[in-house]
Design a protein around this ligand. Structure first.
Ligand code: FES
Length: 149
């Protein structure tokens, strides 16, 4: 990533803070929100985030902080991770949970239940196979040794 995405970092004086973690990969994301009054309504003035997550989560979080500006909490709560990621293009199946991580942090900040994360898989193979249908072939360790010579 050549430059930091928009709105990355802690926000001092935030009105709301939410955190979500992914059972899939162990990544975490935190979002800070500041509200303002606009025409008698409480709307999101700005939002920032920090992520111990992959670049997809960082990109979706940066996009989400832009998309929720000026929305009421109810309007922001109605957005799904998929909608927040949409301007970035379709996510591959293995990256959908990254957008759900952002949605979870936003919902946590706004006091709503986070989306139900899938139960953690027992192994990497288990976590890939059921949802994606991806078949994984393991390298033969002796092949790696042969190539290293
Ligand atoms: Fe876990 Fe993207 S948030 S791989």
């Amino acid at each position: 990533m050549d430059q930091a995405p928009d709105n990355m970092g802690e926000m001092s004086g935030a009105d709301a803070v939410g955190t979500a973690g992914s059972g899939d990969c162990g990544d975490m994301l935190r979002m800070w929100i500041k509200f303002r009054e606009e025409n008698g309504r409480k709307v999101i003035d700005r939002a920032t985030f920090q992520s111990f997550g992959c670049q997809t989560a960082v990109a979706v979080a940066g996009m989400a902080t832009q998309l929720i500006r000026g929305k009421t909490p109810q309007e922001a709560l109605s957005m799904t991770g998929e909608e927040m990621a949409a301007p970035l293009g379709p996510l591959p199946p293995m990256k959908i949970h990254c957008a759900q991580l952002v949605e979870g942090a936003l919902k946590n900040a706004l006091g709503a239940p986070a989306p139900q994360a899938p139960a953690p898989a027992r192994s990497l193979v288990d976590s890939l196979t059921p949802r994606t249908g991806v078949k994984i072939s393991f390298l033969n360790p002796s092949d790696e040794t042969d190539q290293a010579r």
